[in-house]
Design a protein around this ligand. Structure first.
Ligand code: FEO
Length: 157
């Protein structure tokens, strides 16, 4: 279980890295609101990583920090980015569910309980990504509308 939780620390940091790369992409195409949203999302992923980190320590475990996979840094549109965010979050949901199953199998009730926060969080993460993807598809290629969406996303604190 400890090993699996350490792997998840790494995966959450990879998520932070991926979203930071997406933030950098949006900066290059002057979509400041999207860039801000991604930066906030990246910070949220670091908070997820630290939640696992703190839990491992609280349980008297050993934290092991491995290499973080390099993030991709090329995209062609906001739509493509959010398709990837949505797919990525679905993948993360699968990882969280695998951890829940492992905790159940090992009768690790405390970890099982801790993971429930992440189960709920993933519902929100997937919903956010698919909502924004749907909004991008709705506004299509109309620059004025995409500008409005950029302004709206930039309000994320
Ligand atoms: Fe850490 Fe986006 O889930």
């Amino acid at each position: 279980m400890e090993d699996a939780l350490n792997k998840q620390v790494n995966r959450e940091y990879y998520s932070a890295y991926l979203y930071l790369a997406m933030s950098a992409y949006f900066e290059t195409v002057n979509m400041k609101g999207f860039a801000k949203w991604m930066r906030v999302q990246s910070n949220e992923e670091q908070a997820h990583a630290m939640k696992f980190f703190d839990y491992i320590i609280a349980r008297g475990g050993k934290v092991t920090l491995g290499d973080i996979e390099a993030a991709k840094n090329k995209w062609t549109s906001a739509g493509k980015v959010f398709e990837e965010v949505y797919a990525h979050e679905q993948k993360v949901t699968g990882m969280i569910h695998n951890l829940v199953e492992l905790a159940g199998k090992e009768k690790d009730h405390a970890t099982f309980e801790m993971l429930q926060w992440f189960v709920k969080e993933q519902v929100e993460e997937e919903a956010n990504a698919s909502d924004i993807l749907a909004q991008i598809k709705l506004v299509g290629d109309v620059p004025g509308h995409l500008f409005y969406l950029d302004h709206h996303l930039g309000k994320r604190a």
